[in-house]
Write a protein that binds this ligand. Structure first.
Ligand code: GLY
Length: 382
């Protein structure tokens, strides 16, 4: 028996209130997005700001729409999810511009559409995306993250979340190659990124020919050797998902190690700093890191032995409640919810980001008992 996160949740009034607020705000956001020729990512001047079609966050909008559809049954959300998925075909055609974030883009959009409705076109999109991710594999044991000359040996911890697309592809095709690539990359990440204290590098640059670990720059964190909180969250949730997909105990241990570190860094107010090792000033936070970690912690609490679960579960709930209370904008002044997100430490200022909102909705739906895990989209009966 795994820990029951739904039965354990002792604030049904909070959940009901938040679900209602989400429905109001996401309807507002979806109506604002209806006539746009791009997919919402961030906001400016009270509206969605324009972003390009290959931008890595473009799966989170349709995924959020599917989450809201499952929460409410409202057709508006389904239509918005399908429209965005079709818009993304332009990015699939421009596959040379694609990067390792095709998991974020197609698993939780097209993959979820397939899981819910057995849509064959959606299946093809997700499988094509898995092929492009597998093609980024360097036989030295890592997936290349980004494009551009000189980046042939760059791998990043965020990629742990994209591995879910490869596990899915092996499961739906019966071909183990995708899963084997994912596990090689996870093994490399565990060895080269995760430090003994549970903190992680954001980027590791390998020699693309020999596989030698050359350097680990600051990336989106404060400095080399620092601890970018969103990177820790990607690792936490990503290793949890690798464990769920493979049963490999080392991945569960890695997820616990990163989670223990993450929890130790947020206990003051449960709103993660952008980098856990940043100077005291400026006080830059990252709601995305918090909401991603909360989702990972909820899944982790279901994966560990029941006696270990409450610590992870309580941390997740504390993050969600604290971030909602102090950083959520439920007004119609602008269409996004979470206001204290940061693109990177060096970027230095707070913005809104569609995936901070997405992971909050995912977490709320988990607490409501939603059975479909979007990162493992297989048909489930609702
Ligand atoms: N995966 C890029 C980021 O988290 O900003």
């Amino acid at each position: 028996m795994s820990f029951d996160i739904v039965k354990q949740f002792d604030s049904p009034a909070w959940l009901a209130e938040i679900s209602e607020k989400l429905d109001r705000k996401m309807t507002f956001g979806a109506e604002k997005a209806r006539d746009k020729d791009y997919i919402p990512y961030t906001t400016e001047n009270g509206d969605w700001a324009k972003s390009g079609i290959t931008w890595w966050t473009n799966g989170f909008w349709p995924a959020g729409m599917w989450q809201m559809y499952l929460m409410t049954g409202k057709a508006l959300y389904r239509q918005a999810a399908c429209r965005a998925e079709e818009m993304l075909d332009e990015a699939l055609r421009d596959f040379k511009s694609l990067h390792h974030d095709v998991g974020f883009m197609w698993l939780i959009s097209a993959g979820v559409h397939w899981a819910l409705e057995k849509d064959e076109k959606s299946f093809d999109r997700a499988l094509f995306a898995a092929g492009t991710l597998a093609a980024r594999y360097n036989p030295n044991g890592f997936l290349r993250a980004w494009n551009g000359d000189g980046k042939e040996g760059w791998a990043i911890v965020d990629c742990m979340m994209n591995l879910s697309l490869l596990y899915w592809a092996s499961n739906v095709t019966g071909d183990p190659r995708y899963r084997l690539i994912a596990m090689r990359h996870a093994d490399t990440t565990l060895r080269e990124f995760v430090r003994p204290d549970g903190s992680c590098n954001h980027i590791v640059i390998f020699d693309p020919v020999t596989g030698e670990h050359l350097e680990h720059p600051a990336g989106q964190g404060a400095y080399s050797g620092s601890s970018w909180s969103r990177g820790q969250a990607w690792g936490l949730y990503g290793f949890t998902l690798s464990y769920l997909n493979t049963g490999k105990a080392e991945y569960l241990d890695a997820a616990k190690r990163i989670a223990n570190y993450f929890i130790s860094q947020i206990a003051d107010d449960f709103i993660p700093r952008c980098d856990f090792r940043q100077p005291a000033e400026p006080d830059i936070r990252d709601n995305a890191a918090g909401n991603i970690a909360a989702c990972g912690l909820l899944e982790l609490s279901r994966a560990v032995p029941e006696s270990e679960a409450p610590m992870y579960y309580r941390a997740a709930v504390s993050i969600l409640k604290a971030q909602e209370a102090r950083c959520a904008d439920w007004s119609e002044a602008q269409p996004a919810i979470f206001t204290k997100c940061t693109a990177s430490y060096s970027n230095g200022h707070h913005i809104t980001m569609n995936y901070a909102d997405y992971y909050f909705i995912e977490a709320v739906n988990k607490l409501r008992g939603e059975k479909l895990l979007f990162w493992r989209p297989y048909p489930v009966s609702h």
